[in-house]
Design a protein. Sequence first.
Length: 623
Amino acid sequence: MLKQRPYLIETLTAIGLIAAPFVLPLLGFAPNTVNRILVWGLFGLGFDILFGFTGLLSFGQSAFYGTGGFVAAYLLTQAGFPNVLLALVIGMIAAAAAGYLIGLIALRRTGIYFAMITVAIAEVFFFVEFNPLSDWTGGENGLPGVPTPSFNLGFTTLHFDSGWSLYQFLALCYFVGIVIALRIVRSPVGAIFSAIRDNPLRATAVGHNIHAYKLTAFVIAAAYAGFAGGLLGVLQAFMPPDAFTFDTSGQLVMQTAIGGRGTLFGPLVGAAVWLSLQDFLQATLNLGAAWKLVLGIVFVLLVCFLRRGIVGGLVDLYGLLTGKRGAEADTTEAGVSAQDEQRAAEAATAHEPAAVPISSRPHLPGAPSGPILQARGLTKRYGGLLANSDIDFTVNHGELRGIIGPNGAGKSTFFKMLTCEVHPTSGSIVFEGRDITGLSVTDVCQLGLTKSYQVNQLFAGLTVRENLVIAALSGLRGRFRLDLFRSIDGIPGLTERVEHTLELVNLTARPDTPVSELAYGEKRRLEIGLALATSPSLLLLDEPLAGMSPRERVETVRLLKSISQGRTMIIIDHDMDALFELAERVTVLQEGRVLVEGTPDEIKNNSTVQEAYLGGVHGVLAA
């Protein structure tokens, strides 16, 4: 529906903001309460992009809220700045600049350490406002006398003084803020934000510079906070020092959780619930300081029973009533219904080309020849443990190489070194004539070398199509690009690449299915699809058959035969029958070293391999 009516949300938001002054007074809302809700809702827009869409929980947004507010208030009260709107914009820029500098420090850590750094930074800002900068900020007295906006149109002057008059200005600011936020989350950058939230490891592995994108989200959140802080001073005609306090950041987090994170409108709804209940408990019930206790209980109940918040709960209810998730909602992690299995099998058959023996794969005219990957003397030590030792390994263009070895042979570490997830202690790796030793995973993916993982690394909160879009974007846009207001649909070649990848991995019947609802075999195919969508020149597959049922293994081997045509691939797997069927040459690792290389037939009949791999049980490989 959103694709058919791309401006539906913006239109409904405009209608709601226009209707609010006529409807909300009938519900008992005072204009000052509504104006405060708008300021907090705008503050929460940036925080929701940071927390809800990118997955970065910051308890330090009050630092940027106060920075933007005090810069704007100082310009308007002390520096004699005449234009309120321009002062607000300057305050926003100052907050964004502070966000950039702080982000460079805070984003060096993740998870709880990132959150704690933001808490410390907010406390530092609060201290600086009260002490060294008190001559400019007013210290504990704040900055009184912040004027309200007015606009001279030549024939008349518009004044936005207070109450519903000021609401018009605040509503316009909020509308512009929501339009910008919607454009951001619908852009390629917004899609990558969601990928970072779900699985930063895989977002890195498919070629995105996630540190740069995290910093972008952090700066966006700081900019929104700074503008909202300036509006706070305009609303109250006074810039209060408590804008810098931890209580401000905590209140923002709770409002977003109540309303629903990752929805953009959640912070506005959460602010409405929070502030209206606060007014009701204090003014109507005369609870005094006890209002925090009651509101805390309400918060706990809402979070426990509406885990996605009020807006998220309404979205889920709408999906349930309209039956949009229907049969797919009953799909479990363990598998799909018989009907779904039959459909998947039919899709696999429909898209499966005539089987071509791997040993007879033709070399395409004009295709490059010679080595695509060369490893020399690769060694990896973990303290006193030698995982790999002096490995020499070469793969030619168009070759399908298999790697086998008993558990503990060093296969996974070797693979990680080839894709630069782990840097070797010594040795070198040359890919397409370039030494890639020491490069990052993102860089080598951009060069055309990528892998699928032994344990699925998918974007579980997204659909199949959205997963493939994330991977395809890195190949089409590079490791980082700030196309914040560009539509994903406008990227040349994206749709074609995603559709082609869906066909390659036989998921054309499931493009809009959430990943959490896929069967295990489908997830394994999508895992391969994520690597394929980056359009690699060398594809590494780490145990693509791991954990599959016999039927799924047969289908996946057929799939691997299909996608191997015209590609260079390296496969690790414990299913030797399947690997011998697929590979042209096989490398055997033992105790971190190359034991032997050869054709599948040579490996099957090699007594050294039989002794090392099967502990002397001869003849089993040949059988």
